[in-house]
Write a protein that binds this ligand. Structure first.
Ligand SMILES: [Zn+2]
Length: 283
């Protein structure tokens, strides 16, 4: 394969189990490989907690086929689905995190932006999942969204992570990062990587790009959050992992480095966090 000369990109966050890929999932994965994406982390949250095994099923269906990226999976209960948490859901999560392909727990966290699960229920659900992820030695993938113009969710998140996560030393990913410099600094201090999604490329995202410009190369990841948040120039369309290259390109401009440096740094960061070998791709 001609791509092996250049470092491959990793899409650290894509909802490959989305119904929106029902018609063309394999072709979509082929386009990713052709665009230089060597690995995709498929996020297992489903539409509801009961569907958190969907990402693992996609991994098992497609891994081993030539011409598509290597797939890994996560599993977790999304903040607004924490009202569904019971013993059976937690047992299912524990079983999934024991599987070798399921390398992280998420996306979990706190979402105070949208109406949904009451905040105390979100916090309790997050803590229960941190306990399971710690026991299974899996890094976590955090979704954190405060109310507009506030840091309420971040403040609660950091309090929980300091108490229930820092001591594990496992770290994690701040997915689709939208915080300010203070939140970025605290995330790095907790051993987290900061993952930027397609919204980094939007015209109004200059404050986000200003934060990114101050971050070290060894603290970064790129992601699509597909099927949402398609980067420019495809904003508004169904997103897909091939387009993580657009976000990586903007990140390279912001940090004033070559595109290839972003690819190699984010790939190394992903492999270090999840303690993976350097092999990528299914070829
Ligand atoms: Zn997501």
């Amino acid at each position: 394969m001609g791509f092996l000369e250049a470092p491959l990109l990793i899409d650290s966050h894509a909802h490959l189990d989305s119904e929106r890929y029902a018609e063309d999932r394999e072709a979509m994965l082929r386009r990713a490989w052709e665009a230089g994406v060597g690995t995709v982390l498929a996020i297992g949250i489903g539409e509801q907690a009961g569907g958190m095994d969907g990402a693992l099923a996609i991994c098992r269906e497609f891994n081993g086929r030539a011409g598509i990226p290597k797939l890994y999976a996560s599993a977790g209960v999304y903040p607004h689905n924490t009202t569904e948490i019971d013993d059976a859901v937690l047992a299912k999560l524990d079983g999934l995190l024991a599987e070798p392909e399921v390398i992280g727990c998420g996306e979990i966290g706190l979402d105070y932006y949208h109406e949904g699960a009451p905040h105390p229920v979100q916090r309790e659900g997050l803590i229960r999942q941190l306990e399971i992820a710690a026991a299974r030695r899996r890094p976590i993938l955090i979704h954190c969204r405060p109310k507009d113009g506030q840091t309420d969710a971040w403040d609660d998140l950091f309090e929980i992570l300091e108490t229930h996560w820092r001591a594990t030393g496992l770290g994690g990913v701040m997915h689709c990062f939208g915080g300010g410099w203070e939140q970025a600094r605290r995330s790095l201090d907790l051993g987290f990587l900061i993952s930027f999604a397609g919204n980094l490329t939007y015209p109004k995202a200059q404050p986000m790009r200003d934060v990114a410009a101050r971050l070290p190369l060894d603290g970064l990841l790129v992601e699509t959050d597909a099927p949402w948040l398609a980067p420019m120039p495809n904003r508004g369309k169904r997103n897909e992992p091939a387009w993580v290259a657009q976000t990586a390109k903007v990140l390279a401009e912001v940090l004033q480095v070559e595109d290839q440096e972003i690819a190699s740094a984010t790939t190394k960061n992903f492999q270090r966090l999840f303690r993976l070998g350097s092999g990528v791709g299914n070829c």
